[in-house]
Design a protein around this ligand. Structure first.
Ligand SMILES: C[S@@+](CC[C@H](N)C(=O)[O-])C[C@H]1O[C@@H](n2cnc3c(N)ncnc32)[C@H](O)[C@@H]1O
Length: 301
């Protein structure tokens, strides 16, 4: 079997701070440091908030330094001030790299596993003539939408279930990894041997240590770039379920409330919203969503 190993831009996501090539391996040369004043950091905070809605806490300055210093080195800048000037003047290309570096993509297969039985019970009980749409709204490197696809294939006992999964993220590097659908065996450790065998093709030879999601699973998922903070959302309503897990924590309360208000008209009246374990939407949008427990929400009206 021929699988392409992930390219240099793909991430292992072993830690929330891990970004491609940013952390120097031990034993590598000591790189020069860059001037990064508090004023530069405040400017950077404003820029990532304006672009992505991400509220970077002041204790994230070392993280921002670590994630962006490789880029400064590549571009031969000596200070963050120069780099931020460049981001602002160079148009979309560098903006995208800047945003991609500052997003946090930690994810894994069947994360918060209690959500998947709730989802499939919900979907299998729905009466519809059209395929049911599930939106994974901050899908990172694809583990969440592919987990949804696997759960749905199992629940409907067919690899052609009446379900379409739309998977979106702002980070173009994460989306490229997701679309590639190739993961290191390390990332697949949380899957049962049965799921691994049923839903993945293991690489051999030069591709040993990697596995590709099978085409029948990948076929259920459509990837697209969407900025939750801003701009139009290319999502076909009505949506049976929205997974918006572990992304909202990077937004402030006002941004969260704005996003939740935009989710409402996209959902079917009986649709469900799945949040991350530390994301309590009830306090942000109690008039729109009602908790069903286990960080699952339904429309309040
Ligand atoms: C920690 S990951 C969560 C992945 C997955 N939902 C999970 O729970 O495992 C958060 C994702 O939110 C994405 N993100 C951050 N800001 C965003 C925005 N404004 N619009 C869309 N996605 C965004 C990041 O790129 C990142 O992939």
């Amino acid at each position: 079997m021929n699988i392409d190993a992930p390219n240099k831009l793909s991430r292992t996501n072993a830690s929330a701070n891990a970004k491609p090539g940013v952390s120097a391996p031990s034993g590598s040369p000591v790189f020069k440091s860059f001037d990064f004043s508090d004023a530069d950091f405040r400017r950077l905070q404003q820029m990532i908030f304006d672009d992505a809605g991400i509220s970077l806490n002041s204790n994230k300055k070392p993280m921002a330094y670590s994630r962006l210093s490789r880029r400064l080195r590549q571009l031969n800048f000596s200070t963050f001030g120069e780099y931020l000037d460049f981001v602002e003047s160079s148009g979309d290309d560098e903006r995208v790299k800047f945003i991609n570096a500052l997003t946090t993509n930690l994810t894994y297969f069947f994360r918060e596993p209690h959500h998947f039985p709730i989802l499939v019970e919900h979907l299998t009980g729905m009466v519809t003539t059209e395929p049911l749409v599930v939106w994974s709204a901050a899908c990172s490197t694809g583990e969440e939408p592919y987990s949804i696809a696997m759960a749905v294939i199992e629940a409907f006992a067919t690899d052609q279930p009446p379900v379409r999964i739309i998977a979106s993220d702002l980070d173009t590097d994460a989306l490229a990894t997701a679309e590639r659908g190739v993961y290191s065996m390390e990332k697949l450790e949380s899957l049962s041997p049965q799921r691994l065998k049923k839903f993945f093709l293991k690489g051999a030879g030069a591709q040993a240590g990697f596995a590709r999601i099978r085409p029948e699973v990948q076929r259920l998922v459509e990837f697209r770039q969407t900025n939750l903070h801003d701009g139009p959302w290319d999502i076909e309503a009505p949506v049976a379920a929205i997974f918006c897990r572990n992304g909202m924590i990077y937004f402030n309360k006002a941004t969260q409330a704005k996003i939740l208000a935009r989710f409402m008209p996209l959902l079917r009246p009986d649709g469900l919203l799945f949040a991350g374990h530390s994301e309590n939407f009830f306090y942000n949008a109690g008039d729109i969503f009602r908790s069903r427990g286990k960080t699952v929400y339904e429309l309040a009206t």
